[in-house]
Design a protein. Structure first.
Length: 189
């Protein structure tokens, strides 16, 4: 097992060149890239055999990054994040400064603030948000542990982060959609 700082540096070198990585998140193993790079985002859609109309989640490491992507963030978003005991993804309106192929057809984007050390430090180095989608081919079950990730995914990424390989994944995040007209809708519990 490598140390976290070495792995952050290794992953960053791949990401800044437009590569995609397989990495542990605060929930499950994820496939990720620079959320501002449309070519890298397209590589993930292709690897997952996923339609670009099925948007992916973007991880962020703080308020500054969130305000760089969303001009207006509803007050209820901060309340939900403060009160959530489990990882929670919020779908917000009118994202900007991210790859257009990440934005859903209704002009929304799912985001999650993470404190998990690897993801947090990687985004700190990138100074950009990180794409996060489960490490599986679209339509197949989300892997519960690193050993359950398919060889196709392992071979298809440019780098596999060497951390937490023995950890069993948590469950995928709760997803809550917040529209600018104050509508709240739970998409996934």
């Amino acid at each position: 097992m490598q140390d976290i700082n070495t792995e952050v540096l290794n992953a960053y070198e791949i990401i800044k060149e437009g590569g995609i990585i397989l990495y542990p998140t605060d929930t499950v193993w994820g496939i990720g890239c620079d959320a501002t790079n449309p070519e890298a985002v397209a590589k993930i859609y292709k690897l997952k055999k996923r339609a670009e109309t099925q948007s992916m989640i973007v991880l962020m490491n703080g308020e500054k990054m969130m305000y760089n992507v969303f001009k207006d963030i509803p007050e209820v978003a901060w309340q939900i994040m403060d009160l959530s005991e489990n990882p929670t993804t919020l779908v917000l309106d009118k994202p900007r400064n991210v790859a257009s192929n990440l934005v859903a057809s209704d002009n929304t984007l799912g985001i999650r603030l993470v404190k998990e050390p690897f993801c947090f430090k990687l985004m700190e180095r990138m100074k950009k948000p990180l794409v996060s989608t489960s490490a599986n081919i679209s339509g197949q079950p989300t892997p519960i542990a690193f050993k359950d990730i398919s060889p196709e995914i392992l071979k298809g990424v440019d780098y596999v982060v060497n951390l937490q390989r023995d950890k069993i994944a948590g469950k995928p995040s709760t997803i809550i959609k917040l529209s600018s007209d104050s509508q709240v809708k739970i998409i996934r519990k």
